[in-house]
Design a protein. Structure first.
Length: 319
């Protein structure tokens, strides 16, 4: 009975998916994105934001906005503070530019407000629809290649080289096993190929001593404390002359970053019509803009759709 209610609510049959398939895809996306719980707060701490509060803020924003994206916009996309934008915030806005993190958060809030106005006036949708279908398909290919490069770099299979920019790294490590295991399962048609690959590689890594299990308590019943960053944004400081260019930068980066990610994932999910238009794109953009304003209120940077959601889409996620 409960399963049928969920199927009707999310049109699972219409999207060619099931409850178990969506759960598997969700777990896969979570595991692919879980690194941001450590990386984003670390960068925010470098920008002056208290680390513990930043960690709580990042988790709350990620959970809330991802739920909104899934339950309202019906996109299988994880939304969280952006990695690149956070680096820009921490190492430029709060660094050489000389602004406080409170003023920086004010700039993030204003950029989110601009996103929202561009969305409700359908300007963002007009920009996306104006992109030729061939270019949209090229964006999908480019995103796929970019995801592959990020994965190989993180695994050490690709390293920096002064002559050719990239070179072959260490191919005798556990990540190679993960790659071939996952690839073989995907070729065989396993929906949970990504999840099985991640779990199997992690287990093998623990057995071989390559990695360790988390230390301390795995579950906490205490509510996160964000009092040090909640509603600390400085809107007046954000409107100063120097920050106007930063607001513009945040707006443009997130506009085209989200456009590329959503086009790529929409194509994979079958949300893109033959004429190139994408269903529910306005809801996805509104979710993004609300998420950015919410992020600023909670004390973290611009919320954006994550490329890592492609792992969940590959596992069969459609809603």
């Amino acid at each position: 009975m409960q399963a049928s209610v969920v199927e009707r609510l999310f049109s699972l049959k219409e999207n060619g998916t099931s409850v178990s398939q969506e759960v598997s895809a969700g777990v896969t996306t979570f595991m692919a994105m879980s690194y941001l719980i450590f990386v984003i707060p670390s960068m925010l701490a470098d920008g002056g934001i208290p680390r513990d509060a930043a960690t709580s803020s990042v988790i709350l924003v990620t959970v809330a906005v991802t739920l909104l994206m899934g339950l309202w916009a019906r996109y299988p996309v994880g939304v969280a503070p952006g990695l690149g934008i956070t680096a820009f915030f921490a190492y430029y806005v709060c660094g050489p530019a000389g602004f406080t993190w409170q003023a920086g958060l004010g700039a993030v809030f204003i950029s989110g407000l601009v996103f929202f106005l561009l969305t409700v006036t359908r300007i963002r949708q007009f920009i996306v629809n104006a992109v030729p279908i061939d270019l949209k398909l090229s964006i999908v290919v480019g995103i796929g290649a970019f995801i592959a490069l990020i994965g190989m770099k993180s695994a050490g299979l690709v390293i920096a080289d002064p002559s050719t920019f990239v070179a072959l790294g260490n191919v005798t490590q556990l990540s190679v096993f993960c790659f071939f295991l996952t690839a073989a399962l995907m070729v065989k048609g396993f929906r949970a190929a990504m999840l099985i690959g991640i779990l199997a590689t992690t287990a093998l890594g623990v057995i071989l001593g390559v990695t360790e299990l988390p230390k301390g308590a795995w579950v906490s019943l205490t509510l996160p404390d964000i009092s040090a960053v909640f509603m600390q944004m400085d809107l007046q400081g954000a409107l100063s002359h120097g920050l106007l260019s930063i607001i513009f930068t945040l707006t443009m980066v997130d506009l085209f970053d989200n456009m590329g990610v959503l086009i790529g994932l929409a194509r994979k999910c079958g949300f893109m019509r033959p004429d190139g238009e994408i269903r529910n794109l306005d809801k996805a953009f509104i979710t993004d803009s609300i998420g950015t304003m919410f992020s600023a209120c909670m004390g973290t940077t611009t919320a954006t759709s994550y490329l890592e959601s492609a792992s969940g889409v590959a596992a069969g996620g459609r809603t």
